[in-house]
Design a protein around this ligand. Structure first.
Ligand code: ZN
Length: 468
């Protein structure tokens, strides 16, 4: 009762802020455990924005043990008494904020951090988390496995939609992009491949440390690590911007023969994509071909997509197209997935059209007439409104998403269509965008056209749209 008044200085204002409205100098509140994503309410965290991750990791494939220090630079979006990080599994050993030890607690995938001093709105702060353990393989809502995937000679880290919280603490939502420095120490003889470009490599006492730097903003779901025996090659693509674009490929020895031909086409695909979508958005490209079945899915990991085994040409086109659609222009929330998958699928259709295969119109017509034979759930929900988190990677998101783009192209013709596409990648380069931003952009670029039925029937409408 009245005893609480004299003990105020002893227990500090931070605790009392929860129950008192006025406490000398305390204004902050907790940041919150999510960013209100409609499909993943606990993904990401409120109240701050990460600008940089500096990850210093060591991995031993024999006992699958990972130790890490994550140094995170972030900016407070409001006065904060506490904030969350997302981390699944792993033991947290120590947390500091601005160099001072901070208290923390765990609650499911949330690490709730209470800094000794409150953070002020607008303040840039540095946070370090020391952690270790055996990183988990996470089963995502659609049943596929991601996160940390051990292989016979190393591991593969993949994170769409929520796997990256298995190997580093952070603000794991696509709306918070950041630059990265990733260093990984492994037994000598193994390779580590990640996003961005390699900076240095040192070997000491039988262990090698690889450093990779990603200077351009990256969403954490496209961060990757490939640890193991890889054949690394460097080359370059001439590049539309006039300067050569470095290419780094890493191929598991078992996949060398089967991937040689398709990887030889990578420069041609990147040039084709630059011609259609605009300049390549990042400072290097490439591919990682892991052993077969190393993962359940291919992923457009930034700069260089990961494939479980040698990809076909169309899959390589798909994942490279994601560098523009998904990685540079990133969805605001997981509801906007069709902006990634619809575009990457439509890129496949365009590639086929330009390379002696079916025209996009023929692909569209075949899907419209009997797509449900191949894709059972094709008409089961609209691309912009998946039924649940388990459906964000469903066929309507990919195929019907591509059909939406084709309907736009049908309405405006090729010249305006490519203006729309290139305007989109230029306007939102290295940013985030949602479905409303897209429809607005289309309407602005083709002001004389009426897109009502494309949006109402194809993008948001239930069931199979009628065609004239
Ligand atoms: Zn895709």
């Amino acid at each position: 009762m009245s005893r609480s008044v004299p003990v105020v200085p002893a227990i500090g204002c931070g605790l009392l802020a929860l129950v008192l409205t006025a406490c000398g100098g305390v204004h902050g509140t907790p940041g919150g455990s999510g960013v209100r994503d409609p499909y993943f309410p606990k993904a990401g965290n409120g109240g701050y924005d990460v600008t940089h991750y500096d990850l210093d990791l060591a991995y031993d494939p024999d006992d699958r043990h990972l130790t890490g220090t994550a140094e995170i630079t972030a900016r407070a979006g409001k006065d904060l008494s506490a904030f969350d990080l997302d981390l699944k599994g792993m033991d947290v050993e120590r947390v500091t904020v601005e160099g001072e030890r901070a208290r923390w607690s765990r609650n499911g995938q949330e690490v709730v951090v209470r800094p000794r001093d409150e953070l002020d709105k607008g303040e840039t702060f540095r946070l370090t988390v020391r952690y270790s353990g055996i990183p988990q393989t996470i089963t995502d809502p659609d049943g596929s496995e991601e996160g940390w995937l051990p292989t016979a000679d190393g591991a593969l880290a993949l994170g769409e939609p929520t796997g990256s919280m298995a190997w580093f603490p952070g603000n794991h939502h696509p709306s918070d992009k950041a630059s990265y420095d990733i260093a990984v120490t492994v037994p000598e003889g193994l390779q580590v491949v990640s996003n961005g470009e390699p900076t240095e490599r040192t070997t000491d006492g039988g262990r090698t440390t690889f450093h990779w730097r990603t200077a351009e903003p990256m969403a954490s779901y496209v961060a990757t690590l490939a640890i193991g025996d890889y054949d690394i090659r460097r080359s370059s693509v001439p590049g539309a911007a006039g300067s050569a674009l470095p290419v780094y490929t890493a191929v598991a020895p078992s996949q060398a023969r089967s991937s040689r031909e398709v990887l030889a086409r990578l420069p041609e695909i990147v040039e084709w994509a630059e011609y259609n979508f605009g300049p390549f958005p990042f400072s290097s490209t490439g591919a990682i071909v892991a052993r077969e079945n190393a993962s359940a899915y291919a992923l457009e990991t930034q700069n260089r997509p990961v494939f479980p085994g040698a990809p076909g040409t169309e899959l390589l086109v798909h994942e490279l197209a994601h560098q523009w659609f998904g990685n540079s222009v990133t969805p605001e929330s997981w509801q906007d997935m069709w902006l990634n998958e619809g575009f990457a699928t439509y890129a496949e259709w365009l590639w086929q059209e330009d390379n002696g295969g079916d025209s996009a119109q023929e692909t569209f017509d075949a899907l419209y007439d009997h797509g449900e034979d191949e894709y059972e759930d094709l008409w089961s929900f609209p691309p912009a409104k998946p039924t649940s988190a388990a459906h964000i990677s469903g066929d309507p998101v990919y195929q019907r998403g591509a059909m939406v783009l084709h309907k736009i192209r049908q309405a405006v013709g090729d010249d305006t269509f490519y203006d729309i596409v290139q305007g989109w990648t230029a306007e939102h380069r290295h940013g985030n965008a949602d479905t409303g931003d897209f429809t607005e952009h289309v309407e602005k670029t083709a002001p004389d056209e009426d897109f009502t039925s494309v949006w109402e029937d194809w993008l948001y409408g239930e069931g199979k749209p009628e065609q004239p």
